[in-house]
Design a protein around this ligand. Structure first.
Ligand code: ACO
Length: 218
């Protein structure tokens, strides 16, 4: 019983499909990544290069090379294997059933800390319509529920105002500044550390978002 609490391997809460949750753009759901996401993943990532590049870890090779459809199967294989081990939860964000972004919970640690980080991106065509906020609310409730975590971290560059708004809408607190924390776009960048613990979520993140008028039950 509760073998994940003792630090053993396993994947509580995975695989899972979460939602739907209504936004001004449509219904948001989270579902596991699939091998057949290659073409859509590639098209979205290449089309969104300008909006994603300033915030994402530096990679090897050009953006276009790294996001060819042929780059997806090896990446998918790592995500699938880590998800099976219980260290990552790699979701696609769908809007009315269409792939519009991704939400990932990573570096899941069990034992006494029961913590992970959360990260996300959304196709800029749909920006500002509450999609990321809805996706994070669904992810938070899942992590503090079936996954059994107690704390979520999110690291954001100070200039990334949209992402900070998403986190604040859900109730994440700013805890500090991580100096030269991550190699992003070929430079070591400072990041703000945001965090949320289970005690800070009153009822559920989804219910709180609906109460605030930023999402609707569908
Ligand atoms: N400056 C300030 N505010 C902005 C900007 C901007 N340039 N652009 C959007 N916003 C606001 C929106 O109006 C909205 O605020 P509101 O709800 O008060 O009206 C808020 O920021 C965004 O909320 P959502 O609509 O829920 O978010 P969206 O679906 O647009 O996705 C996201 C936001 C994920 C940051 C998207 O812009 C994106 O993918 N950006 C590139 C990748 C990225 O930065 N990912 C996050 C990295 S940090 C992390 O993962 C923890």
């Amino acid at each position: 019983m509760f073998r994940w609490l003792s630090g053993a391997t396993g994947s509580p809460g995975w695989p899972a499909t979460l939602g739907p949750l209504g936004t001004s753009a449509g219904a948001v759901t989270l579902r596991p990544v699939k091998i057949r996401d290659a073409r859509t993943w590639s098209e979205l990532r290449i089309r969104n290069q300008n909006s994603l590049l300033p915030w994402e870890p530096t990679g090897v090779g050009s953006w276009a090379e790294r996001h060819q459809p042929s780059s997806w199967p090896p990446l998918f294989a790592v995500l699938k294997s880590e998800a099976k081990r219980g260290t990552i939860l790699p979701f696609v964000i769908e809007l009315d059933g269409r792939y519009v972004g991704q939400l990932t919970v990573g570096n899941v640690q069990r034992g006494a800390v029961r913590t992970a980080w959360i990260g996300y991106w959304v196709d800029e065509v749909h920006s500002g319509k509450g999609i990321a906020t809805a996706a994070v609310a669904l992810g938070v409730d899942h992590c503090f529920g079936p996954v059994g975590l107690h704390r979520l971290d999110a690291t954001v560059q100070p200039a990334n105002e949209a992402s900070q708004k998403v986190l604040k809408h859900i109730g994440f607190r700013q805890e500090g500044l991580l100096v030269r924390y991550m190699d992003v776009n070929k430079r070591w960048r400072d990041h703000l550390l945001f965090a949320l613990t289970a005690e800070e979520v009153v009822g559920s993140a989804v219910e709180a978002l609906v109460r605030s008028g930023r999402a609707t039950f569908v």
